[in-house]
Write a protein that binds this ligand. Sequence first.
Ligand code: HEM
Length: 471
Amino acid sequence: MDVIYLYIPFFFLALLLSCSIVFKRYKREPQTRTKLPPGSMGWPYIGETLQLYSQDPNVFFALKQKRYGEIFKTNILGCPCVMLASPEAARFVLVTEAHLFKPTYPKSKERLIGPSALFFHQGDYHTRLRKLVQSSLSLESIRNLVPDIEAIAASTFDSWGGSHVINTFHEMKRFSFEVGILAIFGHLEARYKEELKKNYWIVDRGYNSFPTSIPGTPYKKALLARKRLSKILSKIISERKNKKLLEKDLLGCLLNSRDEKGVVLTDDQIADNIIGVVFAAQDTTASVMTWIVKYLHDEPKLLEAVTAEQRTIKKLNDEGNRQLRWNQTRNMPISYKVVLESLRMASIISFTFREAVADVEYKGFLIPKGWKVMPLFRNIHHNPEFFSDPWKFDPSRFAVAPKPNTFMPFGSGVHACPGNELAKLEMLIMIHHLVTKFRWEVVGSQSGIQYGPFPVPMHGLPARFWKESNS
Ligand code: HEM
C-alpha cells in the first residue's frame, strides 16, 4: 500500500503532462486543419430559424455580417448553412468552384414545378437545357418581341384609369405572365392561354403554402392543378408537333432539340421546363416592376426626368405613326439606370441556395459536404463599400459600372438568369407606358415590405392611376 501511495504524485504528474500534451495538440489542431466558419448554430433542431423568421431578414443577415464578417455559419430549418456576404465568396461558389456546389430546393417545390426543370440540375442535362432556354431568350430572339410586349402592356394597363384602387403587384403579375407565355409559345390560342393561366394561378397560390396531401389545402390543390397543366401542355405540344413548324420560341427550341445520340426531350421534360420558365419569369419581374412604380412615385424629380425621356420617344413615334422599336428600348439611358437601381435596391432575390457536394475549403474555413451554402446578394448590393449611401435610391450611381461581382441581381455563373435581357426589356416597355400614359398616387401606407417570398411593397402597392389627357 505504502508503495502505491508513493506513486500517486507521479500518477497525477503523468496525468497533468499527458493532458497538457493533449491540450497543446488540441490547441494546435485548428492551425493545421481547416475550421468551421464563425457563427452560432442556435438551438438544437430549430437552429436560428426563429431569429431569421421573426425579424426583417435583412437585419438578421446584416447583424451576422457585422459580428462575424464575410462568412459565417448558422442553422436554418434544421439545415446547417454557411452564408457568404462578399463578392469573392459569391464568385467562388457560383462561378469558379461551381462544380462543388449543386442547386438545392425542397422536394415539395420540385414536385410543383416539375423535377426536370433546368434549375434543379447540374452537368450535361443542365448544360443542354440551358443552351435551349438561352437561345430562345437571346437578344436576337427577344428583339422581335417588342411590338407584342407593347401590345400586352397596352391591353394590361388599359383598365387602370379611373378612380378605383389597383393592386399594382397583381397587375404586374398579369403583365409578366403574358410576356412569359409569349416568349415560350409565341402566339398561343386564347383558350389554351386561359386554361394555363387558371391552373398556373392555383399552383402559384400553393407554392408557398405548407406542403401536405390533405385534400382542400392550397398545396394539394396546387398539385392537382399542376397535373392539369401537364395535360394542357401535352395537347399544345402534340398540336405543335403535328404542324412541324420550326419556331424560334422556347417550345420550338425544346421540340427541335436532339442530343448527340439524336434523342429528343420527352413531353414531361418539356412541360417541366415550360412551367419552370413561367415560374422563374413571373413573380420576379412583377416584383421589380412594382418597386419601380413605387420608387418613381417617391422621387418626383426623377419621375420628371424619366417622363421627359419617354415622351421624346413617344412624340417621335406618334408623329411617324410608329410603334416603339427595339433600338429605342436600347437607348433609354435614364430609364435604364432606374431599372438597374431598382434591381439593386429591391434585391428581390436576396440570396440563393447551393449544397456542398464535397468538403470544401474557403479562405481557411471548412464548408462541410452536405451543408447549404447561401451567397447573400442583398448584403453585397447594400454594402457601402461597393455602393455608397446604399439605402438611397440613386440611379446616377450606374453612370459608372459597379465593381466586378458586386452587382448580381440575376445571379452569376452557370445558373445565372437566362431571362435577364427579357426582364429588362419588359421593365423598360412598362416604364414607357406608365409614365407617358398615367399619373398615379399610392393609397394607404407608403412604407413596409411584405415577403411572398420576394419582397414587394406592402399589400402589393395599392394605387390609383389616372390617364394623362394627352396620352
Ligand atoms: C427581374 C426579373 C428577374 C430576376 C431578378 C431574376 C433573377 C434570377 C436569378 C438570381 C437567378 C439565378 C438563381 C440561382 O443562381 O440560384 C435566375 C435564374 C433563372 N431565371 Fe431569372 N430572374 C428574372 C427574370 C427571369 C425571366 C423573365 C426569365 C425567363 C423568361 C427567367 C428565367 C430564369 C431561369 C430559367 C433560371 C434558371 C437558370 C439555370 O438554372 O440555369 N428569369 N433568375
